[in-house]
Design a protein around this ligand. Structure first.
Ligand code: NAD
Length: 437
């Protein structure tokens, strides 16, 4: 199958590389020529485990190419995927579909009859209908429009794409269904569940999935607050409830609130859709508020641990919104660090891969090349992102380096006993009363 992938970001690049690995011939298009030049020179625009090898192997076999030439890619394709960004519109949280509709108007100039257009971007209910309308306005006939939302997680994107929990396809005709069946055939053979449904249902399924996961995170964060009030341990509560199959253990880690390129914007976009159709979504609305408050409140935890922040040196471990990615979008580190700086703290930070992205966001903070150097002379060390390499720190050495002997563990990576045995005052999340933590 010949596939054009419009948008070569996290989703477009990973999906394109995986489709090529399935044996399809994929052309990834992006309007960012620096990105395309880089890819053609073997440079990855994002940090994602296993991506470089996969891209190189498939590029070498001639199955994966990168271009800014949308015409060439679309003219030759049997399926055109749209994987451009759909950020939250400033001010109201609507999904901004400018990139999607621009891409549709552009591809309409070159698309051949019989081609299937597939939205992989996360788009609100009814976007497929609007794409059909635009194609008609542009004089395009005999093209199918399908929805195939993507569920991959950054940091585990390739594994997720190749071994998905499910594939959701929203199609309105047999041709789209057949083409998508053919594209996903290798996964079909591996017995990955594929749900064929209506296009609007597929579009909504993506938002419902992300909103549900966001609810789970905010739920356990509120339970963590309660644990602190009643001297209980949220780690054990999470395990105790997570072992129940009906609940499931995942997304029950108390912490500094969710971030990233999806949950914040997708929950807001779901609320906008609900508003548009006059349906209240109180649970999601509250989840968004809980999460915003959560992220804003993390600075208080640090202040509670070290006292007045003015003139204090605070070491921050982890900047990316989660481990194994350099993505900083909506990362909990952003409001925390900004608030620390506002309150007069000196911040020194380390992230294994996100420094370059972080430098574009923060001014007036310092970066160190390792966790140990972050700790050197700091009044407190704060773990914000749970990179594996922060799980096995030499706590005694850290305690010796720190001036303030305070460990604020916003990801509950360490046990209090171990930290205290190393001479640190330990502040976890939802693990006993604040007096004890
Ligand atoms: P991204 O910002 O990393 O990449 C989007 C790319 O599209 C950019 O490189 C941009 O230059 C390019 N682009 C925009 N308009 C274009 C055009 N007209 N022609 C060619 N290229 C164009 O975005 P992303 O994180 O890959 O997300 C893409 C979509 O996938 C979003 O809707 C997002 O919600 C969804 N999604 C993302 C993830 C994730 O983990 N990042 C997971 C599932 C779904």
């Amino acid at each position: 199958m010949r596939i054009a992938m419009i948008g070569t970001g996290y989703v477009g690049l990973v999906s394109g590389a995986c489709f090529a690995d399935f044996g399809h011939r994929v052309t990834c298009v992006d309007k960012d020529s620096t990105k395309i030049d880089g890819l053609n020179a073997g440079l990855m625009p994002i940090w994602e485990p296993g991506l470089e090898g996969l891209v190189k192997a498939n590029a070498e076999r001639g199955r994966l190419t990168f271009t800014t030439d949308l015409q060439g890619a679309v003219e030759n394709a049997e399926a055109v995927f749209i994987a451009v960004g759909t950020p939250a519109r400033r001010g109201d949280g609507h999904a901004d579909l400018t990139f999607v509709f621009e891409a549709v108007r552009e591809l309409a100039q070159y698309i051949r009859p019989g081609t299937v257009v597939v939205t992989k971007s996360t788009v609100p209910v009814g976007t497929g209908d609007r794409i059909e309308e635009i194609l008609r306005e542009e004089g395009v006939a005999d093209v199918s429009v399908a929805s195939n939302p993507e569920f991959l997680r950054e940091g585990a994107a390739i594994a997720d794409f190749k071994h998905p929990d499910r594939i959701v396809v929203g199609a309105t005709d047999d041709r789209a269904e057949d083409v998508l069946k053919e594209i996903y055939r290798p996964l079909f053979l591996n017995r990955a569940p594929i749900l064929f449904t209506g296009r609007r249902t597929a579009e909504l399924t993506k938002y419902a999935a992300n909103a549900f996961l966001a609810v789970k995170i905010s739920f356990i964060n509120e339970i963590a607050d309660l644990c602190e009030a009643v001297d209980a341990d949220v780690q054990d509560v999470a395990r105790g409830i997570g072992l129940d199959n009906r609940i499931g253990a995942k997304f029950l880690h108390a912490g500094p609130g969710y971030g990233g390129s999806c949950f914040p914007k997708d929950t807001l976009a779901l609320l906008q859709t609900a508003d548009k159709f006059g349906v209240d979504q109180r649970i999601v609305k509250t989840t968004v508020e809980v999460n915003d408050d959560r992220k804003a409140g993390m600075v208080e935890r640090v202040e509670r641990a070290v006292g007045d922040l003015k003139g204090k040196r605070v070491g921050v471990l982890g900047l990316a919104f989660k481990p194994n990615t350099d993505d900083m979008r909506e990362a909990p580190s952003i409001p925390l660090i900004n608030a620390l700086v506002e309150r007069g703290a000196e911040v020194i930070a380390f992230d294994p891969v996100a420094r370059e992205q972080a430098e574009k966001i923060f001014s007036g903070i310092h970066f160190a090349p390792s966790a140990e150097e972050v700790a050197e002379g700091a009044d407190a060390l704060v773990i914000v992102t749970e990179w594996d390499e922060f799980r096995a720190l030499d706590l005694e050495r850290i305690a010796q380096s720190l001036r303030g002997k305070v460990l604020v563990d916003l990801r509950n990576v360490y046990d209090r006993e171990d930290a205290e045995a190393a001479g640190l005052a330990y502040y976890g999340v939802g693990r006993g009363t604040l007096e004890r933590t």
